[in-house]
Write a protein that binds this ligand. Structure first.
Ligand code: PLP
Length: 539
């Protein structure tokens, strides 16, 4: 029976099949199954005997890796004693630190790495494009503070200070507003092209509020997110392993897929579609972290034109079916263009969420939306409300820093930063990739403007080691490692060249130490097969 015939004879069966076909075929598209499997996956780890030759490397390579590993351990300990000591002392008390330490590298390698390659979690200062740890060691900052740092640490030091100055006469008073709240709202309306604004404490909260409003107004329960997209840590936007299942359905559909559009156009239970445009860099895959870097199959490529076309079609599908289109710009807002991703891709969403950098260095979440979606009560049905308050929403210090941030956005100096921004970062990525090729390093970068991801061009189980070599060459990465580099826009050409030179030094050392040795017949597929065997054998 063709799908067309099925649609007329058994529409509910047809809709079910249509939805299944639009869900991403990976486990990420099937959160219940993923959750069940995650519970079954047994843990195992490599001891010193297997760690250096899990790819069947010959003795001299194993030996070279072992020596290099323990030497790296010594270098880190000698250079960063205070930072490492402070981290060890605090780790038992701070749950997040334990989690981060455990998930820097694939789990098989994690215990030995945690025991020997110590990374300090404390810093004492930041300036220019550098951060400095408790031992006075400085690193080029490639972490971007989870994306908050768009314009450089000094910029935010100023906005934080100016924000406190602007609002210090009101101090901690909450419930009533400092006058800068009103001007922030006006300016955000202009930037976003929306009618109303609400203030929250984090990006996660802003997304929760946008989704809650969409459900309230559409009277539909379910939401669509695209496979791999991050929208905060709340379960409705992160169903699957690690979280309780949401009480309502979250459909995790394939990004950039006609089948997904068909579902969004036709189903009557979808309140909203969430889009995180950062996914354009790696559609349908999670934010790439080194803890999942088990082989070299990580790939990324950003096609601005194709993604723009997709967003236009998505806009159209949402409009046709009364589905609220929410642009989640918590990460990308103000990084790509003054008017954010909406301006950059030429799309007007129904609601847009901001956060991170907009707080001028303080924590924040913001929802901007069209009037019909933003109001929280119906005059004719007074008991039917959509409640959203929060003690610290519109906190004076945050609003003051946001006001200072928005002031700075209006200066010619900052406006100039956006001129030719993509061209600048695209040429930098070409320079980086050329340097890696010239030096015979199996490493390439893909970028969406100043947000980069690295991938590896030959099969290996040890790519994650690069983060430690980069560290000893003075490059600071966030805990996800080489999967995400975030440059602040104050990186000069000289700073950038220095970073590339350090990459060359670090990667050459790693290569010479034997980590990228591989048997001629090895492929990524064979690596994954051998991991499966290890898992089954040890289960
Ligand atoms: C696109 C996006 N949405 C939401 C969030 C959650 O923001 P927060 O960490 O402030 O809760 C993030 C955080 O990385 C994000 O990147």
């Amino acid at each position: 029976m063709s799908l067309g015939v099925l649609a007329s004879l058994a529409p509910s069966v047809y809709r079910r099949i249509q939805l299944s076909r639009a869900k991403h075929r990976s486990l990420a598209g099937h959160s219940r199954m993923a959750k069940r499997l995650a519970r079954l996956l047994p843990g195992y780890h490599f001891d010193d005997q297997v760690f250096f030759k899990c790819d069947n490397a010959p003795f001299e390579i194993e030996n070279s890796r072992r020596k290099a590993f323990y030497k790296l351990s010594e270098v880190l300990k000698a250079r960063h004693p205070l930072s490492i000591q402070a981290t060890a002392a605090a780790r038992e008390s701070i749950s997040d630190m334990q989690f981060i330490a455990a998930y820097r590298v694939p789990f098989q390698f994690s215990p030995l790495v945690q025991a020997h390659l110590k990374v300090g979690s404390f810093l004492q200062s930041a300036s220019g494009v550098f951060v400095t740890d408790l031992d006075g060691q400085s690193f080029y900052d490639l972490t971007g503070s989870y994306g908050v740092n768009v314009f450089g640490a000094d910029f935010y030091k100023q906005t934080m200070m100016q924000g406190l100055e602007k609002t210090q006469s009101l101090g901690p008073v909450l419930g009533s507003y400092h006058p800068c709240v009103a001007s922030n709202a006006e300016r955000l309306k202009k930037i976003s092209g929306m009618d109303e604004v609400s203030f929250h404490m984090s990006g996660t909260e802003a997304v929760m509020q946008a989704v809650r409003l969409a459900r309230y107004h559409t009277k539909r329960k379910n939401l669509v997110r695209f496979c791999g997209a991050y929208h905060g840590w709340w379960e409705d936007v992160q169903p699957g392993p690690g979280n309780p299942m949401p009480p309502r359905e979250t459909y995790t559909l394939s990004d950039m897929s006609e089948r997904s559009l068909e579902v969004i156009r036709t189903r009557k239970d979808i309140a909203c579609v969430l889009v995180n445009p950062l996914q354009a860099l790696h559609p349908n895959t999670n934010a790439p972290g080194d803890s999942t870097l088990v082989d070299s199959s990580r790939k990324a490529a950003y096609d601005r034109q194709a993604y723009t076309e997709w967003l236009h079609k998505l806009r159209q599908a949402c409009t046709e079916n009364g589905v609220v289109l929410i642009f989640d710009e918590v990460f990308l807002g103000f990084r790509l263009a003054l008017g954010g991703a909406q301006e950059y891709f030429g799309i007007q969403a129904d609601m847009v969420t901001y956060g991170k950098t907009l707080g001028g260095g303080f924590p924040v979440g913001v929802v901007c939306g069209k009037k019909q979606w933003m109001h929280r009560f119906h005059a004719e049905r007074p008991a039917d409300i959509c409640f959203a308050r929060g003690t610290f929403n519109a906190h004076p210090a945050v609003m003051g820093a946001m006001s200072a941030f928005l002031d700075k956005l209006e200066t010619p100096e900052i406006k100039r930063v956006y001129d030719g921004l993509d061209d600048l970062w695209n040429s930098r990525v070409r320079y980086f990739n050329g340097a890696m090729q010239t030096h015979g390093i199996p490493l390439q970068a893909a970028n969406m403007s100043s947000v980069w991801t690295l991938f590896y061009t030959q099969p290996s189980r040890y790519n994650w080691m690069l983060q430690y070599y980069l560290r000893i060459h003075g490059l600071a990465l966030s805990w996800v490692g080489t999967g995400r580099l975030i440059f602040s826009l104050n990186y000069s050409d000289t700073d950038f060249e220095a970073v590339v030179n350090r990459f060359v030094l670090a990667a050459t050392q790693m290569k010479n130490d034997g980590w990228w040795w591989h048997a001629p017949e090895i492929t990524n597929k064979k690596i994954r097969r051998s991991i499966l065997k290890e898992t089954l054998f040890r289960a």
